[in-house]
Design a protein around this ligand. Structure first.
Ligand code: F0G
Length: 460
């Protein structure tokens, strides 16, 4: 593969600060070894998330100056509506301030208590919004998705056998919609194939169930289709996206990912009745339908970002940079989830830190060590985030995967900074035996990873 060199030059720079190990050690102690509580200006390379962290282009910034802040009918709304319609093809376009509000509006309108919503894997916020309605969020991804060593091209695919069994078991009337998340964030940013989407459509059609996309990283998914799926190599990303969305009835979108903006999202749907109900709710909680919780300038930045994200040079760099990091680590024997996904590299903490048992939070310990030694911030996706207590025995139920996600912001870090990340992790892997486990000293009843506190256990 060609070296993924940057298809842009840098016009504005944001200085980042080098900290000392002593300073980071102190910050870790003060934050209870929870990286969500470390100030961002004390992080050298911040890979906490790829959401809302993109660098906008000169074209997007120029668009910001053309923001029309009229309460109703801002021209930027119409630009945004045109951009969304031309890619996604659905009738109605409803702006929201970010993805989870689009989810909340959709699910509070169409999901009722006792219902179930299948997905390949629900992202945390879609799961939480489904469950908030008293409904069940079901993950029906193919079983290979849970094997970190299994290298297949479309590891985000829906398991169609399980989907059909589920529809038959639960009953069509209790499944208001089926969702597909592209790419499948919670399964490692893995893509879903066009063939799988087409077949999911055919299946839900037989039962008259609508199909919706969680479209946050749709352009990255389309790039993988072009690269990996027979028949798509010569198609433009826009053409692939149009075909993909033609199999659905609508989507929710966090434009903080593939919209290349720092804030924004939307819902786009064909169903008139749903849209009428959602619009009424939108006015109550977000704002008038031509701004939906955003400024006119934000809508303009989104309209422009949605077009830029489809450029092939951009996507080849984007996917190439993430893969470049994964390949450097893999070649050096660092255990990662394979194949590398679209937006992040996932370190397999279970295999990285074999001397730390799950009860001592190996993924959290790895994330802490990465920050302490090198000033790099990733996020734990393991027992802290997904561990559950068995209500009967009080014992912890451990999740299948124990990972540290290194999510790469779009157009933000140079390949040299990414090389620094790789070299740091390779060095950390060599001294891994010195990394201590953790004990949790505080946990909140819900979403404990945001506020949990830890102490380090004595080194072995
Ligand atoms: N769906 C997926 C697949 C996501 O990854 C996210 C956000 C959302 C929905 C919610 O969007 O944040 O705009 O409300 N993911 C971020 C992450 C937070 O770090 O993976 P939002």
């Amino acid at each position: 593969m060609k070296f993924p060199s940057e298809p842009f030059k840098i016009k504005v720079v944001e200085p980042i600060r080098r900290t000392t190990r002593e300073e980071r050690e102190r910050l870790l102690r003060e934050s209870g070894y929870n990286l969500f509580h470390v100030p961002a200006d004390s992080v050298y390379v911040d890979l906490l998330t790829d959401s809302g962290t993109a660098a906008m282009s000169d074209n997007q910034w120029a668009g910001m100056m053309l923001g029309d802040e009229s309460y109703a009918g801002s021209k930027n709304y119409y630009h945004f509506e045109d951009a969304v319609r031309s890619i996604f093809g659905y009738k109605h376009v409803i702006p929201t301030h970010q993805g989870r509000m689009a989810e909340n509006l959709l699910f509070s309108t169409v999901v009722k208590s006792g219902m179930s919503v299948p997905n390949n894997i629900h992202f945390d916020t879609t799961r939480a919004n489904v469950e908030h309605q008293g409904a069940q969020a079901l993950d029906l991804v193919i079983k290979e998705a849970y094997d970190p060593h299994r290298e297949i091209p479309f590891k985000g695919n829906m398991d169609l056998v399980r989907l059909e069994e589920t529809i038959n078991r639960i009953g069509r009337d209790r499944i208001p919609l089926v969702m597909i998340t592209i790419t499948n964030n919670s399964g490692g940013g893995q893509p879903v194939s066009m063939d799988n989407i087409r077949k999911t459509r055919a299946l839900v059609n037989r039962y008259g169930i609508p199909l919706l996309f969680d479209a946050c990283r749709f352009a990255e998914n389309c790039f993988f289709i072009k690269e990996r799926e027979p028949g798509y190599a010569d198609k433009a990303i826009l053409e692939i996206a149009r075909e993909l969305f033609s199999y659905g009835d609508g989507c929710t979108m966090s434009a903080k990912k593939d919209g290349l903006v720092n804030i924004g999202g939307f819902l786009s749907l064909n169903n008139d009745q749903w849209v009428q109900d959602i619009t009424n709710m939108l006015i109550l909680v977000e704002g008038f339908p031509t701004y939906g919780g955003l400024a006119g300038r934000d809508l303009e930045a989104m309209a422009r970002g949605l077009k830029e994200v489809l450029e092939e040079d951009y996507l080849a760099f984007r996917i190439g940079q993430v893969r470049y990091l994964g390949d450097l680590l893999d070649k050096a024997g660092v255990p990662i989830l394979k194949p590398v996904g679209g937006h992040a590299v996932y370190l397999n903490a279970k295999e990285f830190l074999t001397h730390i048992p799950p009860s001592q939070f190996p993924a959290q310990a790895l994330a802490v060590a990465l920050y302490r030694e090198y000033g790099i911030r990733g996020v734990e996706i393991g027992t802290v985030m997904f561990g559950k207590k068995d209500p009967a025995t009080g014992r912890t139920i451990y999740p299948e995967l124990e990972m540290v996600r290194l999510a790469i912001p779009r157009r933000v870090y140079t390949n040299m900074q990414i090389t620094y990340v790789a070299e740091s992790i390779i060095e950390l892997h060599r001294i891994r035996e010195s990394i201590p486990g953790l004990t949790m000293t505080y946990e909140a009843p819900v979403l404990r990873h945001f506020t949990a506190r830890f102490e380090e256990l004595p080194p072995r």
